[in-house]
Write a protein of this length. Sequence first.
Length: 417
Amino acid sequence: MLNIPNSARLAMRHVQQTRKGKQCALFHELSPSPPLPDLAQTKQKEKMEAIKKKMQAMKLEKENAVDRAEEAELAAREANIRAEKAEDEIRSLQKMIQSLENDLDRVQADLLQSNTVLEEKDKILHAQNTPILAFAYRVSRVCCHPVAFGFYKSSISCKLKRTLSKMTTLQQSTLLEVLKKKMRSMKEELEVAKEAAEEAQARLQEEIRRREESESEVAALNRRIQLLEEDLERSEERLKIATAKLEEASQAADESERIRKALENRTNMEDDRISLLETQLGQARLIAEESDKKYEEMARRIAMLEADLERAEERASLGESKIVDLEEELRVVGNNMKSLEVCEEKALQKEEAYDMNIRQLSQRLQEAEARAEYAERSVQKLQKEVDRLEDEILLEREKNHLLQEEVESTLKDIQSI
């Protein structure tokens, strides 16, 4: 009930303030107009506008320089990232080249060693007048060399030794050609890796040069920004001094000009003021009529709000009656809760009895599980014993089989004799 009169008071106060504001505006319009600026004031204003434009241009130039500096820093970061990637590529290529060179040196050393051994064996075999065996021995040394065949295992090299006696001269020559091809391919890979390393080094140098250029550009932009900031501070100080002087001069000129114009206007503009007052009076009456209409509309709204408030109070009374009914239902529910608590106590007693039975049954279950685990352990022991006996039987069978083979071989030897 209190909010509605307050809103009405606020509406009336707003209407009164609008009336006072319009009346004040009318009286200000009736007051003498300010004097026109003379030549000195126009020059000072032009100077101030030029200073403001210069300051705005300096601010724009500073912002552009900051943007360019940020772009240069971003480009420098990107160049650093590209340079790091190029360095990583160069390091990986250098490692690859080093590994290839190590492999090549190792292959060449092993090949040289094998050639020296072959030459010694050739000399020995030539001294014994067995050139065919010398050639076969040379081919067997080359074929069984671990570097020439990609570091094969010892078992494969032994098999090649056993089968070398059955190889033809064509197969032996193909093996030598394979060795030569592998050496040529390793040299080609080494050259390709060196070329890639040189290209990566060139890219790295280019990225380093770009990074240095971007860093120098950033430093130049930072110096220029500092100079612009210093110029801006100096221009702001000069602007403050100029504005203070301009305000003092404009105040003095306005005061003298206002006194002169006031004396002239009081003698020449009385008729104009009367006509203007009449027109303003008509406007004030129109404004008063509009405010009266607004007041009537606000009164109608207040009456409607009061009717809404009465309906809300009726709904509140209905709600209070519902609250009383709900309290009665809550009392009934409380009685039901008490009866449920009694039932819950009985249920808890039954639950305790059930818990005792469960504990007893779980104890029995644990005992049964212990007995089962003991039985499983005994079964596992017996199974291990059975496995051991089976292994012994298999060993005895293998021994028996070997003995039989030895007996058969001895019999065959006897028969052949």
